[in-house]
Design a binder for this molecule. Structure first.
Ligand code: GRF
Length: 201
């Protein structure tokens, strides 16, 4: 399975995939391309350190950027595209080119039915937070539980069939930073498991 990873920042989920591949936990999986829309994304350095092709595409006109990404995906023959902290919305035209081939990591709990609420394992109903700043929103809403979701990408933002999710308790004293760290630790397992399942299907 040839994987392209799109990032905008630290790339800790990219690192989780690199580590899983290097320790033979993802047989048959190869990262063939890393794309960042930020020149200073630390994830680019992680990619280079592991000798992975890493490309920075400055965000100018969306159609041009998407055309470049599509070409790169074709040239590098990526089967699966992972949005791992990719912070730009991609057009319906773009995402429609990769049905069942693109997955996204989102730091909130999303329901199976695309609805506006999610029922946690302890039975509480919380809002399904979509878009940007959802970690801050979870804190502001006083939620006791949040989590992360990995799902297939469809044109609608932060929707699409759910592959996996993991709940995280919000504790008194949690800040956006501490909560993000906890979420990312879960995501590192989620993304590896999602890629494993995908590679075995
Ligand atoms: C993750 O929390 C992901 O859910 C969100 O962006 C973050 C990326 O973190 N979409 P990293 O760049 O993989 O460290």
């Amino acid at each position: 399975l040839r994987v392209a990873v799109l990032i905008s920042g630290s790339g800790s989920n990219l690192q989780a995939l690199i580590d899983a591949i290097e320790s033979q936990q993802l047989p048959g999986v190869e990262i063939v391309l890393v794309i960042s829309n930020k020149a200073n994304a630390y994830g680019l350095q992680r990619a280079l350190k592991h000798k992975l092709p890493a490309i920075y595409i400055p965000w100018k006109k969306r159609e041009e950027v998407e055309e470049r990404i599509s070409s790169l995906i074709r040239i590098f023959q990526a089967d699966l595209i992972i949005l791992a902290g990719w912070m730009r919305i991609l057009s319906a035209n773009f995402t429609a080119q990769f049905p069942q081939r693109m997955i996204n990591l989102h730091p909130a709990l999303l329901p199976d039915d695309g609805g506006s609420s999610y029922t946690t394992s302890d039975g509480s109903v919380i809002p399904a937070l979509r878009g940007l700043h959802v970690i801050e929103q979870a804190l502001e809403a006083g939620l006791k539980v949040t989590g992360s979701t990995v799902h297939y990408v469809i044109p609608e933002v932060d929707a699409g069939p759910v592959i996996g999710r993991s709940e995280v308790l919000i504790e008194p004293g949690d800040t956006a930073e501490t909560l993000q760290e906890k979420l990312k630790l879960q995501e590192h397992h989620l993304i590896v498991e999602a890629v494993r399942a995908y590679s075995q299907q």
